[in-house]
Ligand binder design. Structure first.
Ligand code: 13P
Ligand code: ZN
Length: 277
């Protein structure tokens, strides 16, 4: 079916105390694997590209064409999201290409500069009313294509000010979560609770690879309505290719097929998790 609007999906997740999976991808095989999983699980999914994924697939227009074409051949509800853009040019390019939602990531900037950047991104998305995500506090770790600094946890009072002044639709939080690894010291449930009390927009949890379903379930109970997973899906793709190549060196076609199957399996586990919409 045609690509869908992610706003009602995230709102439905929020209203039902569930979360939609934001699946970060970099290759056509990953897109195919995730969409197959969404179709067979009967669950919606946001396919997400960051700068690194976009450079691998060939830019926003190629990403759009690939995701749209594969989604149209399936029955899955698929939306396309730009992840971790830190410039307005990237936001404009994704809007022009037809993405369904965008993230502006000024999370390494001082508060006021970050707010100005988010307000400018809001300005760009106003006409189309495309959902805008921003991250307050900073999720550190290791993610290709993402500007990473030292972790700083989301301050609930600042979150309230930021959401009010920027009018963002979804707020990504830093509550112990880490890109590319488990939450060091565990998820900060008290902080998440305080953020929930301070803002009423759907929250986004980045860095979900390596978190347990139990952690994710608790986060979702506290207002997280989108869960971003990248590393686990990339590992599934890479491991599939490695295992296949070890057995049949030089058979690239087979290796690519194996990577697709592995991504479909990993995505199915996420999409059918107890917290998933
Ligand atoms: P992980 O790579 O840790 O799963 O994080 C993904 C992410 O936050 C994408 O924005
Ligand atoms: Zn992220």
């Amino acid at each position: 079916m045609p690509l869908v609007d992610p706003r009602p999906i995230v709102e439905r997740a929020h209203a039902r105390g569930r979360a939609v999976v934001g699946a970060n991808v970099s290759t056509i095989q990953m897109v195919r694997g995730v969409i197959q999983a969404a179709e067979s699980a009967g669950r919606p999914v946001l396919i997400q590209f960051n700068r690194s994924g976009l450079s691998l697939i060939g830019g926003v227009d190629v990403a759009m064409l690939v995701v749209k074409t594969i989604a149209e051949e399936s029955d899955a509800h698929v939306a396309l999201h730009l992840d971790h853009a830190d410039t307005l040019d990237e936001i404009s390019a994704a809007i022009n290409a037809g993405f369904g939602s965008v993230m502006i990531d000024g999370s390494t900037l001082p508060f006021e500069r970050h707010l100005t950047l988010a307000q400018s991104a809001r300005g760009l998305t106003t006409w189309s009313r495309l959902p805008l995500e921003a991250e307050l506090g900073h999720v550190a770790g290791n993610e290709a294509g993402v500007t990473i600094g030292d972790a700083s946890w989301t301050n609930p009072d600042e979150a309230a000010r930021f959401v009010e002044a920027s009018d963002v639709d979804w707020l990504a939080v830093a509550v112990g979560n880490t890109h590319g690894g488990p939450a060091v010291g565990g998820l900060q449930i008290d902080r998440l609770q305080a953020i929930r009390a301070a803002v009423d927009v759907p929250l986004v949890l980045h860095g979900a690879s390596g978190l347990t379903d139990e952690d994710l379930f608790r986060a979702v109970e506290l207002g997280v309505a989108k869960i971003n997973v990248g590393t686990a899906l990339h590992q599934a793709a890479a491991n599939g290719m490695r295992d296949y190549i070890q057995q049949r060196p030089g058979d690239l076609r087979g290796a690519l097929q194996r990577s697709e199957a592995n991504v479909a399996e990993a995505a199915t586990a996420l999409l059918t998790a107890p917290w998933a919409l």
